[in-house]
Design a protein around this ligand. Structure first.
Ligand SMILES: NC(=O)c1ccc[n+]([C@@H]2O[C@H](COP(=O)([O-])OP(=O)(O)OC[C@H]3O[C@@H](n4cnc5c(N)ncnc54)[C@H](O)[C@@H]3O)[C@@H](O)[C@H]2O)c1
Ligand SMILES: N[C@H](CO)Cc1c[nH]c[nH+]1
Ligand SMILES: [Zn+2]
Length: 427
């Protein structure tokens, strides 16, 4: 099952530059480059061929119709609808506090400066669908976009067998304010959203998690469109001491591992006893799991348990790892929050499983992975807002600034710049 490492072995295997994980390999990148060129050249025809090849859907009409979206509500149970609506309310409430107004930074008679906050006009959201169905990811992607005031939210997600997407995704899309849904997925969907294909309109920014093909496509289209991040497989790091409950720890490691064979679940603990008991629990709990094979492969090949000398040492390793999710299951957990430097999202105490954040608590679950939490953040309203600065100077203000601007322009040997000031102040 999940291997144990010493602190040094863990550093060498997971943190050192040489062994650091990449979200996709060269082979995936080459495949996606070909798909990109082909779709840019042949548009809808190529999109249809790739969608048939990878997702088994051969039709050439990808939009989920208004009638289908209406009918979907009848296929979803009232419990699921209520859960989605309650989750959406929490996500909405958390993200609404991220909204910012355009603002003036300075306002005198002679100088005005500030920032205009404007929403992106068209956003594309990717909802993964290869190995599981993620209505929660519809909410997490689309609610911040809706709150930001995005004019058109276009969702893409692959069919999962048959020729339609799961009804629950359509219901979640309605709840979250998605305008249009296309049943396309993988790198072909990202390329279609980036450049348009005839039937699929292009967007200004693409957000959302996905597998290696999706990540590679996002990296290739970046620049022509905006992206939120290049995400790798899901991750959780748990810091636990002797007060942690082995069955809770094991459950949380498994909850991440069941996403994907490549998902990464780590336990850093000061307690040898907790390790022994967690290993027993992992065996027991995996046995009961429908997605047992995925979880076991993930834990065995990508997971790690590390016995540390102190909680401080655990934080040092976690900050170097910069995991997507961090759980702190130690005594007085809240008091350790200030030790967190690098993590996408933190879950504090014995009764805050990451799963409550995945679905319900309010913070976003689209988060930086594979160490990118060192320099980036999870999805938020900010991802859908552009900030344009503005400045006004009166003649008097320009006169005061002129010597400094002219000196700097001269230093850069840009006489035209100096002239643009001088010409205005000449008698
Ligand atoms: N961070 C988050 O918020 C979050 C949420 C949900 C899921 N995830 C992660 O997202 C990932 C989802 O991956 P997934 O595979 O389930 O769904 P996915 O929708 O990202 O990928 C499936 C698509 O990949 C394409 N594909 C598959 N094999 C291919 C091949 N050989 N060549 C070219 N294209 C191919 C197909 O078009 C298919 O539709 C998982 O790693 C999961 O852990 C993250
Ligand atoms: N844990 C995932 C992000 O890594 C998000 C998710 C969606 N559904 C369940 N979990
Ligand atoms: Zn999850």
């Amino acid at each position: 099952m999940i291997p144990t490492y010493t602190v040094n072995q863990f550093r060498d295997s997971f943190i050192s530059a040489k062994t650091k994980k990449q979200p996709f390999d060269d082979e995936v990148l080459e495949t996606v480059k070909k798909i990109l060129e082909d779709i840019r050249t042949r548009g809808d025809k190529a999109l249809q061929e790739y969608t048939e090849k990878f997702d088994g859907y051969s039709g050439d009409n990808w939009e989920v119709t208004k009638e289908e979206r209406k009918a979907a509500w009848k296929e979803v149970s009232s419990e699921v609808i209520e859960s989605l609506e309650r989750a959406a309310a929490n996500i909405n409430s958390f993200h609404s506090k991220q909204l910012q107004q355009s603002r003036m930074m300075e306002m005198t008679d002679d100088i005005i400066s500030g920032q205009l906050f404007r929403p992106i006009e068209r956003a594309g959201i990717y909802v993964p669908g290869g190995k599981a169905c993620y209505p929660s990811t519809v909410l997490m992607n689309a609610i911040p976009a809706s709150l930001a005031g995005v004019q058109e939210i276009v969702m893409v997600t692959p069919v999962r067998g048959g020729d339609s997407i799961p009804a629950v995704l359509s219901v979640a899309a309605d709840i979250a304010g998605v305008d249009t849904i296309y049943k396309i997925g993988g790198s072909q969907a990202i390329v279609a959203l980036a450049y348009g294909t005839g039937k699929i309109p292009s967007v200004d920014k693409i957000v959302g998690p996905g597998n290696a093909y999706v990540a590679a496509a996002k990296s290739l289209v970046f620049g022509d469109v905006g992206i939120d991040m290049i995400a790798g497989p899901s991750e959780v790091a748990i810091i636990a001491d002797e007060t942690a409950t082995p069955s809770f720890v094991a459950a949380d490691l498994i909850a991440q591992a069941e996403h994907d064979e490549k998902a990464r679940s780590f336990l850093f603990t000061t307690s040898k006893k907790l390790i022994d008991e967690t290993l027993v629990e992992l065996k027991k709990q995996c046995g009961e799991l429908p997605r047992k094979d995925i979880a076991e492969a993930s834990l065995t090949n990508e997971g790690a348990i590390v016995l540390v000398d102190s909680v401080e040492e655990a934080f040092e390793l976690v900050n170097a790892l910069a995991p997507e999710h961090l759980e702190i299951q130690v005594e007085n957990a809240l008091q350790h929050l200030s030790k967190v430097k690098n993590a996408g999202s933190v879950f504090i105490g014995h009764y805050t499983p990451e799963a409550v954040g995945d679905y319900f608590a309010g913070p976003n679950h689209v988060l930086p992975t594979v160490g990118t939490a060192r320099f980036s953040s999870g999805l938020s309203v900010d991802d859908f807002v552009k900030k344009t600065t503005y400045v006004y100077y009166s003649e008097k203000a320009l006169r005061k600034a002129a010597p400094y601007v002219e000196t700097l322009a001269a230093k850069e040997e840009l006489d035209g710049h100096a002239r643009a000031v001088k010409v205005r102040l000449e008698p």
